[in-house]
Design a protein around this ligand. Structure first.
Ligand SMILES: *Cc1c(COP(=O)(O)O)cnc(C)c1O
Length: 397
């Protein structure tokens, strides 16, 4: 459709997912954009080349394929601009490198995605950037941790593996009062269920490896910025030379077209299982933000539009010496749930969470934490699979 017809703000989210980012009339009417493999772009004459006076100038600076995806993400995030990078982890490290300098202090939530912590404790540390980890429930009190040299406040909600919620608005206001840029790793909710920029974050980060991909076969990251931070983010992207491949960009845009429907099913199945698990003797606690029993539920209910398909259970086994045996027996008995990292694909996965890295947000004491990614399979089959897991865990005592 033409730009005049495109009033995406008024459209429902599934309409925007279906039509965002690309106008078929831009390329002979083909419904999907071309996959442009490019380094060199030719200029018609020396004068145009000298001024770089045309839309595309070099492969690292964008192509019609990457533009289509970036534009679709901008619409979903309400962002001024989006960069595309080759993994979710790069979607964290590129803005970190773009906004921090030697001598800075950065605040990172303690329930952060573990590889983000590794980056801070190695590369940031070597570059002279000091990282301090804060409690996920800190809210406006983050102002007490702000220093004159605090330049980044990094949030992630729900927290990795343990799903702590964060009051993003309160944290953003306090961080801005101290002059810091606020980033959020929003991978769990996707822009469908939470839009960080609407709640005061300046930078929204996604491992598009998860739901946008949806099929466990692509590594990809997106970083979106508000108007005030877009130029600096783009500069970091260009200066670092970290850009995404055309084939993967195409596949992620393809994934977005069905993401709304997939997420609805992930949400529904995960909630049904979470409620069922909450009633079981073998389970001490279910860590799922959409359950009223969960600590951060009020924030989730106030700020989020939905829940995706990833949550954890705490298996009831307070005896630390027996936790691993029980957890391993549970995992080894599963037939539909695969044992593997990552999530957001069509297939269910389970993993024993390692929480040894926590400094402030301590691991639950009641037992081992098992993280479940609920895929698109039939819930009755998943229940039977989990039943077998519980039986094996009991027998392993
Ligand atoms: C998976 C994940 C990442 C990293 O994504 P990769 O593409 O695997 O590098 C970053 N943040 C969160 C919250 C994630 O779940």
């Amino acid at each position: 459709m033409s730009d005049d017809d495109k009033n995406l703000g008024n459209w429902g989210v599934n309409t925007r997912l279906a039509h965002g980012g690309y106008d078929p009339r831009d390329y002979h009417g083909f419904v999907n954009p071309p996959v442009v493999h490019a380094s060199t772009v030719l200029f018609p004459d020396a004068r145009t080349m000298d001024r770089r006076a045309q839309k595309y100038t070099y492969g690292t600076r964008g192509t019609p394929t990457t533009d289509a995806l970036a534009e679709a993400i901008n619409e979903l995030e309400g962002a001024a601009g989006t960069i595309l990078v080759p993994s979710g982890l790069a979607a964290v490290t590129v803005p970190f490198l773009g906004f921090a300098k030697a001598g800075d202090h950065v605040l990172v939530v303690d329930s952060v995605y573990h590889p983000t912590r590794i980056f801070c404790d190695t590369i940031f540390s070597r570059l002279g950037v000091e990282t301090e980890y804060y409690a996920p429930d800190i809210g406006a009190d983050i102002s007490r941790l702000m220093r004159p040299n605090t330049t980044i406040v990094h949030t992630e909600a729900p927290g990795s593996n343990t799903f702590e919620m964060q009051d993003i608005r309160a944290i953003a206001d306090a961080a801005h009062a101290g002059g810091a840029v606020v980033m959020m790793d929003n991978t769990w909710a996707t822009p469908l269920y939470f839009r960080p920029l609407d709640f005061g974050a300046d930078i929204s980060i996604h491992a598009a490896t998860k739901y946008p991909s949806g099929h466990s076969d692509i590594l990809f990251g997106t970083v979106s910025a508000n108007a005030a931070h877009w130029e600096q983010l783009r500069e970091a992207n260009t200066a670092l030379g970290v850009c995404a491949s055309p084939d993967d960009s195409y596949q992620i845009l393809r994934g977005l077209r069905t993401m709304g429907l997939r997420l609805e099913r992930h949400q529904q199945s995960a909630l049904e299982l979470a409620r069922w698990l909450e009633g079981r003797e073998d389970v001490a606690r279910v860590l799922h933000p959409a359950l009223p029993s969960f600590d951060g539920h009020d924030i989730w209910k106030r700020d989020f539009k939905g829940a995706s398909g990833l949550f954890s259970i705490v298996l009831k086994e307070p005896d630390a010496s027996r936790q691993k045996t029980r957890a391993f027996a549970f995992l080894d008995a599963l037939k539909i749930f695969g044992l593997g990292y990552s999530w957001g694909g069509y297939e269910s996965l389970a993993v024993l969470a390692n929480l040894a890295d926590r400094r402030v947000a301590k691991a639950p004491a009641e037992g081992p934490v098992l993280r479940l990614q609920i895929g698109l399979e039939d819930v009755a089959d998943l229940k039977r699979d989990l039943e077998a897991g519980f039986a094996a865990a009991r027998a392993a005592g």
